[in-house]
Design a protein around this ligand. Structure first.
Ligand SMILES: Cc1cc2nc3c(=O)[nH]c(=O)nc-3n(C[C@H](O)[C@H](O)[C@H](O)COP(=O)(O)OP(=O)(O)OC[C@H]3O[C@@H](n4cnc5c(N)ncnc54)[C@H](O)[C@@H]3O)c2cc1C
Length: 387
């Protein structure tokens, strides 16, 4: 077993880290306050090649793996998790398209996602159902021989309403209402499709510069060619295709946890209390040690799961463990970093307060902590019921 990164991986990691620390970290607080999607910064991330990492050469990608994508996203999130999340949603959506889309769909829609000059979204969640995907109601039905009509509503969707948003992969119920068992179909819906509108963006606790909106579909008609992964196979396609997103979100939490550690250690060294540095006090040392432990365990689980994905192994248990532990660790590390900073840690201008707000969604989105624990228990052989 070898825990060392290769020279190429170290170079990639250093390149993204240098960019993120020089160009993203210094403005992360402003991005948070402005609450607008940073189009130009996102495009720069694309120019650096971040968005192209896991895609094949023939689409303009670097032809690397989920593992290298995790390394890069971690570095972006260490500077600004909100930007990293916009990137990871587009990357995971692009990967789903590249794995399950037809060749013409891939050729038409993927290249601009790979260059990072455009961004894309994936929409599952609805106002009345998130974890319970069986409760989705957005419906698709065939009209004529080669068109589908889609009607319904999606909630809390990332990346659909920016000025560079290109398309949304949309999960719909495609079986008739009277069918005993629900079937689902995934569509690529271009942003300009008639009958597709995006609502006002939500006000939210964190991820302020990432775009989150409700989406509405009113007899939105798309070609049958826009089906991704085959009619009535959408739930399986989304499940398989979107597993990388769970790891990418784990990577975003690892980056934020590392940034919490960086800030906590620096502050503990600089801050003077009771005649010396905070960092010489054993209870402060205990908090720093706990943050460091959380960072490393989160990183190890995330790297192992990413490596396994690249070996083509179906590793749902390891994947769920990584998603669960890394996202919980992110919140714990940000929380402890606030404690180390005392009152200053609670202020808007102190980065660790932003980390705490940003990471809070990570234990909810892309399969909540509760869902991950149920999946782990099921993989351990228990008879798990979600109802
Ligand atoms: C900022 C943001 C961005 C998002 N981006 C996207 C996006 O791009 N695309 C998208 O499709 N969705 C997106 N989401 C939605 C997100 O994935 C859902 O919020 C998440 O899946 C949880 O669904 P829910 O909100 O309906 O909560 P619910 O499913 O109603 O869950 C509520 C609570 O019940 C728990 N729970 C649910 N079922 C069980 C069970 N069987 N056993 C025990 N506990 C359970 C959950 O863990 C949670 O604590 C986003 C959400 C936010 C806030």
């Amino acid at each position: 077993m070898n825990f060392d990164l290769t020279t190429d991986q170290l170079q990639l990691q250093a390149r993204v880290r240098d960019f993120a620390q020089a160009e993203v970290a210094p403005i992360a607080e402003k991005l948070d306050k402005d609450g607008k999607f940073p189009t130009e910064l996102f495009k720069k991330l694309g120019e650096l090649g971040v968005m192209s990492i896991p895609f094949a050469d023939k689409y303009g990608g670097m032809g690397l793996g989920v593992f290298e994508s995790v390394l890069a996203l971690e570095e972006v999130a260490r500077a600004d998790q909100s930007l990293a999340v916009s990137a990871m949603v587009s990357m995971a959506t692009g990967l789903t398209l590249s794995r399950f889309g037809s060749q013409p769909l891939i050729d038409k829609w993927l290249p601009e996602i790979v260059t990072g000059q455009k961004i894309c979204a994936i929409a599952g969640t609805e106002p009345n159902a998130g974890s319970d995907t069986g409760g989705f109601k957005t419906r698709s039905k065939m009209v004529g021989n080669d068109r589908w009509s889609i009607s319904g509503e999606k909630a809390f969707i990332t990346n659909a309403g920016t000025d560079i948003s290109l398309f949304t992969l949309l999960l719909t119920v495609s079986s008739p209402p009277e069918a005993e068992k629900k079937q689902f179909t995934l569509f690529l819906v271009p942003n300009e499709a008639k009958g597709y509108t995006r609502g006002e963006k939500y006000g939210k606790l964190g991820w302020k510069s990432s775009d989150t909106r409700p989406l509405y579909f009113d007899d939105c008609q798309v070609d049958a060619d826009n089906v991704v992964g085959g009619a009535h196979k959408g739930r399986w396609v989304l499940h398989k295709g979107y597993q990388a997103a769970r790891l990418f979100l784990a990577a975003c939490s690892v980056g934020l946890a590392q940034a919490s550690l960086d800030h906590a250690v620096n502050y503990a060294k600089e801050r003077q209390a009771f005649g010396g540095s905070l960092g010489r006090l054993q209870l402060i040392q205990e908090m720093i040690a706990e943050i460091a432990l959380q960072v490393d365990t989160a990183r190890l689980l995330t790297y192992r799961a990413a490596w396994n994905v690249d070996q083509g192994r179906d590793n749902l248990k390891e994947l769920s463990m990584a998603k669960y532990h890394a996202t919980e660790a992110g919140t714990k590390c940000a929380d402890l970093a606030i404690q180390v900073h005392g009152g200053w840690g609670y202020m808007d201008d102190c980065p660790v307060s932003r980390y705490y707000r940003d990471n809070r969604i990570c234990t909810i989105g892309d399969g909540s902590s509760q869902i991950q624990k149920l999946l782990i228990a099921r993989e351990c052989g228990l008879d798990v019921s979600f109802t």
